[in-house]
Design a protein around this ligand. Sequence first.
Ligand code: S3P
Length: 169
Amino acid sequence: MNNIVLIGFMGSGKTTFGRWVSRRHNRKFYDTDEYIEKKQNTTISEIFATKGEEAFRDMETETVKELSDTLDNCVISVGGGLVLREVNRELLRKLGTVVYLKASEEELCKRLSKDTKRPLLQGGGLHEKIHNLMEQREDIYLDAADMIVDTQKMSFEQMYTAIIKNMED
Ligand code: S3P
């Protein structure tokens, strides 16, 4: 336990912030996408293309099950769609404090405009895609989270301080 679990939309900075916490505050870092890519020895795009989204979602569930058995004092960044399954949300709650990293659709659109690695966002109409997915997901992110952090208003150090304070309360 005592883990920090980062959830939120693609481009919200989960991996970047998670890595920063890991370096700066000496916690071991896990990223569910990287975990899956290593285990499957291929990329997320390739998994979506060859096996489909449902197979990828199964891999995500398997991953949180594996991680929830072992981790302590770590920071864990999870793929933007991992919280869609209730079973995953329950496992995340058991893992530690779940933090929703929030950013506006406009900001996400800016950050993701050159992305080529996220299969759900390819093929044009980025803003509409983000808007539609966000509409389906925002309530789920809010429901899954123990706390919300606005990534556009705070520095990484301020975000970390707020998270630790919440964990201690
Ligand atoms: C996805 C988010 C991605 C990755 C996959 C699907 C999603 O992770 O798991 O492309 O459904 O939101 P990031 O949130 O780290 O980009």
